[in-house]
Design a protein around this ligand. Structure first.
Ligand code: SF4
Ligand code: SF4
Length: 187
């Protein structure tokens, strides 16, 4: 297993979005490859990579998840937000929440609480925001659809996924298979 940590992190959001499109086929293949691996070994590796990489990324200079994704909101989240905003829970629902297939989400994106890439309710943010991008959770291999979707949005996910390919010596024979070649071409 290659444990070389000297790989530059990609933080450019436009490039990450572009790589997401370029690597759609490869990520689909890698997803299938991961499903054949020992899930406990993958969890352990992803948790370590997540720690290493998230410690090098400052979310307050990014905020892309708050711009592109709608967190799922629980009743407890609404209660906490209502106290924070000095609103009634119903007022929070009326102003900020929409229902989709029975689940509650913030209805606006970028999120109404995002200002200059920072969360204005940070200490009282919803649980889904706290745990994003969910890479510390068990059974990574059972959550790969979501991971691949977040690959083109979140620099932490992008860099963890790419490092995972390297550490597992994953070789793709699909198109656009070499990430670093793509970088050199200035995508
Ligand atoms: S509540 Fe804060 S962390 Fe959650 S989406 Fe909104 S701005 Fe982002
Ligand atoms: S979790 Fe990912 S997308 Fe969200 S602010 Fe941090 S690096 Fe950016």
């Amino acid at each position: 297993m290659n444990t070389d940590k000297n790989i530059d992190l990609e933080l450019d959001l436009e490039k990450i979005e572009e790589f997401g499109k370029l690597r759609e086929d490869q990520n689909f293949e890698f997803r299938a490859f991961l499903k054949g691996q020992d899930p406990d070994m993958i969890d352990k590796t992803v948790r370590r990579l997540n720690l290493e990489i998230s410690n090098q990324i400052d979310c307050t200079t990014c905020g892309n998840c708050c711009t592109k994704l709608k967190p799922c909101i629980t009743e407890q989240d609404i209660k906490i937000l209502s106290q924070r905003l000095n609103f009634s829970p119903q007022q929070v629902k009326d102003d900020y929440i929409e229902i989709d297939e029975g689940d509650q989400y913030f209805k606006n994106f970028p999120c109404s609480f995002l200002k200059e890439k920072e969360c204005t309710v940070y200490n009282d943010r919803p649980e889904d925001c706290r745990s994003f991008p969910h890479l510390h959770k068990k059974m990574f291999v059972s959550r790969l659809w979501g991971v691949v979707e977040n690959y083109s949005i979140c620099p932490i996910v992008f860099n963890v996924f790419e490092r995972l390919k390297t550490e597992l010596n994953y070789k793709s024979y699909g198109k656009n298979s070499d990430y670093r070649d793509s970088q050199k071409r200035g995508y």
